[in-house]
Design a binder for this molecule. Structure first.
Ligand SMILES: C[S@@+](CC[C@H](N)C(=O)[O-])C[C@H]1O[C@@H](n2cnc3c(N)ncnc32)[C@H](O)[C@@H]1O
Length: 407
């Protein structure tokens, strides 16, 4: 996926191939800020999100029974064919690839079956695939068209809705179901203090907040609190009474303080945003490819909330009744995969580097340009494949699932 052309133009003007870069602090100030550049890697090659979304896919598989149960118990809006309008479903932060299409398929099919069984007809469905404008909507709609062309009749009418889910995206009371899968842990911006050398919250030498000092974590937590409340207030307007909000997002267990974002030490050591990422940035610095400021100004805009933090935001916003809220732990990959990778650490390094390319390349490129970005991911790959101890550890991802009804 190409970056927003105006940001790229500014970056080229700054000469991306040298250490004179267009830094995060600067592009955050542009209209749209982070949302102009944040997205998953588009297309369908080896480094695309479509080919590197197994962890979110596992999260969805684990939480599917909760979504299915929620659909079975939700309000049916139309009792007869005569008074039926279309049923409107949105996926917020849909990205590209199989996860969004499979989830929407399951939601439409489950609701369709319920209508047929309980009301004797099937309503029409409208599905809104929503993500930031930088998302590769072309790839998404190509996959959708390929899926539809197998059947004579489309199961639903599809539309793309570009925009941030931290803002209003739909008219009042428009939606019957909104889902958001593995997306809400992405923040709307990097807190300014974290990029400010003079602030106690300056996040020196780290790409993310896990294990950072208290002030850094506090700044991230404050941003997360504001973002979640903005998200909920917008959905409160957009979802019709009786409609459903289903969220699956990266999260941490309630027992863990916020500075311990990943729950256990093995996950912390192995997570793609932590040790190897910091080492890869340090490699670029030590090789003289970037200066210290460039390294320090890169921060990953993500925060893992606890159930308690989500509950507080839901309470403050009002308008929703929580039906289910759970923390779940996902194993990074299967035992067979781990054994295969222990036999071939280079392929492990490649797989992990592809994963971080798929998720972070657009924002890394906006920060240091395409050449240095490739250098960074190559260093990351080397670091990961050379640490056999890390490979032996099992890493977990935490997610929080929320199912709420608009009251
Ligand atoms: C890890 S992907 C998950 C994609 C998909 N839901 C899945 O489960 O595979 C996260 C997605 O959230 C999107 N995203 C992040 N912040 C967003 C925002 N403020 N508004 C809309 N989408 C956002 C990203 O662009 C990305 O496509």
């Amino acid at each position: 996926m190409d970056l927003s052309s105006s940001v790229m133009a500014t970056i080229s003007a700054e000469n991306i191939e040298t250490s004179s870069v267009y830094m995060m602090k600067e592009w955050q100030k542009l209209a749209g800020g982070l949302h102009r550049v944040l997205c998953m890697q588009g297309g369908d090659d080896d480094v695309s999100y479509a080919k590197n979304s197994q962890a979110p896919a596992s999260a969805i598989t684990l939480c599917k029974p909760l979504l299915f149960t929620a659909i079975q118990s939700m309000n049916l809006f139309f009792k007869s064919k005569e008074d039926a309008d279309s049923l409107r479903i949105a996926d917020l932060g849909c990205a590209t690839g199989y996860n969004t299409l499979a989830t929407i398929d399951m939601v439409v099919e489950s609701l369709s079956n319920r209508y047929l069984k309980e009301c004797g007809f099937e309503p029409e469905f409208e599905v809104f695939f929503s993500d930031l404008p930088s998302n590769d909507f072309n790839s998404l709609f190509q996959s959708l068209t390929a899926m539809f062309s197998d059947n004579k009749k489309n199961k639903y009418y599809a539309a793309g809705v570009p925009g941030s889910f931290y803002h209003r995206l739909f008219p009042k009371g428009k939606l019957h179901i909104a889902v958001s899968l593995s997306a809400l842990h992405w923040l709307s911006r990097i807190p300014d203090e974290v990029l400010d050398k003079k602030s106690p919250a300056w996040n020196k030498g780290r790409a993310w907040i896990e294990g950072a000092n208290k002030e850094v974590v506090k700044a991230y937590a404050k941003q997360s609190e504001k973002d979640l409340e903005d998200f909920l207030r917008c959905r409160k307007e957009e979802i019709a009474r009786g409609g459903m909000l289903f969220i699956l997002m990266g999260g941490r267990p309630g027992s863990q303080p916020r500075e311990n974002q990943l729950g256990d030490p093995d996950s912390r050591a192995k997570h793609p945003f932590t040790t190897s990422m910091d080492e890869a940035w340090r490699d670029l610095l030590n090789e003289g490819l970037i200066d210290e400021e460039t390294r320090d100004m890169f921060n990953i805009p993500a925060y893992m909330r606890s159930i308690e933090e989500v509950e507080i935001a839901m309470k403050r916003c009002g308008g929703f009744e929580i039906r289910r809220m759970e923390y779940k732990r996902i194993v990074e990959h299967s035992e067979e995969k781990q054994e295969e990778w222990i036999r071939d650490p280079v392929s492990y390094g490649r797989a992990k580097a592809n994963l971080v390319r798929a998720t972070l390349r657009p924002i890394v490129q906006a920060h240091i340009g395409p050449y240095l970005s490739d250098q960074l991911f190559n260093r990351f790959q080397t670091r990961v494949s050379s640490d056999i101890n890390l490979l032996q550890k099992t890493c977990f991802y935490g997610v929080i699932v929320v199912c709420a009804v608009r009251i």
